[in-house]
Write a protein that binds this ligand. Structure first.
Ligand code: DNO
Length: 363
């Protein structure tokens, strides 16, 4: 398991590269050019700028999250071919700086969605929260206003240029069914994955968060059966998934451990985090520790270990603790604690394996 840490870029993150390199076992950053709108080709000079910054701290750039997919591709509009060409050119440039995995998603309009970015918890920390009844009962514009007004920084998946066209985007998706979205995804993959393959890059789709349709918009990367279907759309290692335990874990029917056993060779990158799901379907993000949420994080790490996982792993959203002011979900402290928990589980599994191998050798 190779530990990496998400970094939003100079001036765009409260966490510094100097801090990241001090977290035990972190070898690289998970990065993106957050100021380039979806659909545009990434400029090489900006890519090299990030490469130089990371180099100074001995961190690698192997994982990009995300090269966002333009809405016209998801909608299947004729203009998609132009955006796909730009996407491929970006892939070629990323390969030149050694990128190995590109994480992306195929969620219409919204990336991840929550109703509260700073829900107070009993211990005085705050965390991202999803209130099912609220999201199913409100006008999406209201949610966008709330979320953007409460964050000083732009947030991944909530880019202003996308939100500015919310009304017309909803209109455009009015007649787009789940099957249409599958077709448009297949079209995208058939062009992009061979290009990634040629460039030694694995495309790793992120599951929908939460893993069910919201605001009447279709969502398709939601659970085991759909992931199976997705992997068959292009059946090769370059078409793979970013297995996110928190996104999939918001639906308690998702058996993530079984998914890891089934899909492990198609998981080059994993996001590990915990959520507590309540009986009414609401959920809150918790510390990474198994007992603190509903997702069996120790079991998930064991499933990766059992399968000899050598892919990249990052802790995912953390709570906001010790008074830290940061991007919602992306503070330093709780994610660093999460990493130490993941290493703790991983290292004891390694130890147990070595000890049992030694015992067998003695017998
Ligand atoms: C949320 C993230 C997502 C993720 C994208 C991948 O914080 O996990 O925004 O980066 O869905 O494209």
């Amino acid at each position: 398991m190779r530990m990496v840490f998400r970094w939003f870029g100079e001036g765009n993150d409260t966490v510094s590269l100097d801090q990241i390199r001090q977290i035990p076992g972190v070898e690289g950053i998970v990065w993106a050019l957050h100021d380039i709108p979806a659909g545009e080709e990434w400029p090489m000079d900006k890519i090299l700028e990030v490469r130089d910054q990371a180099d100074r701290y001995g961190l690698h750039l192997d994982v990009v999250e995300s090269v966002n997919v333009h809405e016209d591709i998801k909608l299947g509009l004729p203009s998609r071919d132009l955006y796909i060409q730009n996407y491929i050119r970006t892939i070629e440039k990323l390969a030149q700086v050694g990128v190995k995995v590109i994480c992306y998603n195929f969620m219409p309009v919204f990336d991840w969605a929550r109703t509260d970015l700073h829900k107070a918890t009993e211990d005085g920390s705050t965390a991202l929260f999803f209130e099912k009844a609220k999201i199913h009962g409100i006008d999406p514009m209201e949610l966008v206003r709330d979320i953007t007004a409460n964050s000083a920084l732009t947030m991944p998946g909530w880019e202003p240029e996308r939100l500015a066209h919310l009304g017309s985007l909803f209109e455009a998706y009015k007649n787009v069914t789940e099957e249409d979205l599958w077709d448009n995804l297949e079209y995208f993959l058939s062009a992009v994955v061979p290009a990634a393959e040629k460039n030694g890059i694995r495309m790793a789709i992120h599951p929908d968060d939460p893993p069910w349709p919201i605001f009447g918009l279709p969502r398709i990367i939601t659970g085991r059966d759909n992931i199976r279907r997705f992997l068959k759309l292009y059946d090769g290692p370059a078409n793979s998934i970013t297995l996110c335990s928190g996104s999939l874990g918001a639906n308690p029917d998702n058996d993530i451990i079984r998914m890891i056993h089934e899909f492990h060779d198609r998981i080059p990158f994993t996001h590990i985090r915990n959520v507590r799901v309540f009986e009414n379907g609401d959920f809150i993000e918790t510390s990474h520790r198994t007992q603190d949420g509903t997702v069996d994080i120790a079991g998930i790490v064991k499933a990766y270990h059992d399968n000899g996982f050598t892919g990249y792993c990052r802790p995912d959203h953390g709570r906001h603790i010790w008074g830290e002011e940061c991007r919602p979900g992306y503070g330093l402290y709780d994610r660093a604690l999460g990493i130490m928990y993941l290493w703790g589980v991983w290292d004891s599994l390694e130890r147990a394996r070595t000890v049992s191998a030694q015992k067998e050798a003695v017998l």
